[in-house]
Design a protein. Structure first.
Length: 159
């Protein structure tokens, strides 16, 4: 059972050997892949082999990459998390534009609601501003159509 989150915070080379993640930095560390749930790479000075990436994905181990400020910027996950995931991907590719826009609007609304709930603990005014934008779906659709990322949509809503 995988339970470990491996965090790489400094310069390192990540490779695979005999079922183990090999982390080569000042020291060499070996972690069996069966113990790993997620790898968080929070340094831009990390090299990772494609063979290791392939092994991680085949074992459904998520890889999260961070930028120079250590903020998550992307993740790599296996397509085949369950028995029908490739069917779902094909279905989503074939959605018509209006339906896809509807789904993305609902997703963005939920994400903004979650951000507002979190802000309630720290900044009541900020959460109120976010809740206002949840009801303005026409505005959200325009932002989504422009291809804006969620962090920029949230910044606009809080401004």
């Amino acid at each position: 059972m995988s339970w470990r989150i491996v965090v790489i915070e400094s310069r390192a080379k990540l490779t695979y050997k005999n079922g183990y993640l090999i982390v080569r930095s000042d020291e060499v560390h070996m972690i069996h892949l069966s113990e790993i749930n997620t790898i968080l790479i929070s340094s831009t000075a990390v090299a990772i082999t494609s063979y290791l990436v392939n092994e991680l994905l085949s074992r459904k181990i998520k890889i999260v990459f961070c930028d120079e400020k250590r903020n998550p910027v992307g993740e790599v996950m296996s397509y085949y998390g369950c028995h029908n995931s490739s069917k779902r991907v094909r279905q989503q590719i074939n959605w018509d534009y209006d339906y896809a826009k509807e789904v993305w609007t609902a997703i963005i609304k939920e994400k903004i609601k979650n951000q507002a709930k979190l802000l309630e603990n720290y900044d009541e005014d900020g959460s109120k501003k976010l809740y206002k934008y949840v009801d303005r779906s026409d505005y959200l659709i325009r932002l989504i159509e422009k291809g804006m990322q969620l962090k920029y949509i949230l910044m606009i809503c809080l401004a």
